[in-house]
Design a protein around this ligand. Sequence first.
Ligand code: AMP
Length: 186
Amino acid sequence: MPAQGWVPAYVGIGSNLDDPELQVRSALEALAELPGTRRISCSGLLRNVAMGPQPQPEFVNAVAGLLTQLPALGLLDELLAIERRQGRDRSLSLRWGPRRIDLDLLVYGDAVINVERLVVPHPGIATRNFVLLPLLEIAPTLRVPGQGPVWRLAAAANQQEQQANGNRARHKDSWETPATSPSKAP
Ligand code: AMP
């Protein structure tokens, strides 16, 4: 383990296969067991309509806050190992497709990283309510490096979603399109 201080890191978790709520809870437990790492906060579990072209079950999402001594790539390896242990089959993984478990490193301290295996902050943060809302819940004062305060990102994403919903409502063809706002899992 490299000698470095404790770095605050945030991990997004999602599942829409094989009892998603159980999968997310298992991943939260696994994060608490990582070497050189403390899980210090967990959001509630949220249900979300799946993004992407193919019809698929809704997702359960959550975000965990960690303090870790692992380097960013070491933490990524641990997240991928949790996915493997929970039986995620990457050969079946379509982009935007259904998945048993998905762990994303959202934020790693103040780091801005863009290497082949790792992009941090995660590029999807600013546009995904299912990430921003749980992140806001556990880290309301967080500044996402290079992107600004999480509350501002959440407000902008919310406004965009409302505009999109308004546009959908104006287009007769799209009456059936569900809203994408998350709802609390029971
Ligand atoms: P996916 O399962 O679709 O989220 O993609 C996982 C792959 O994305 C992994 O093999 C990682 O190397 C790569 N990746 C790049 N940046 C990140 C990140 N911030 N968090 C998780 N995976 C990442």
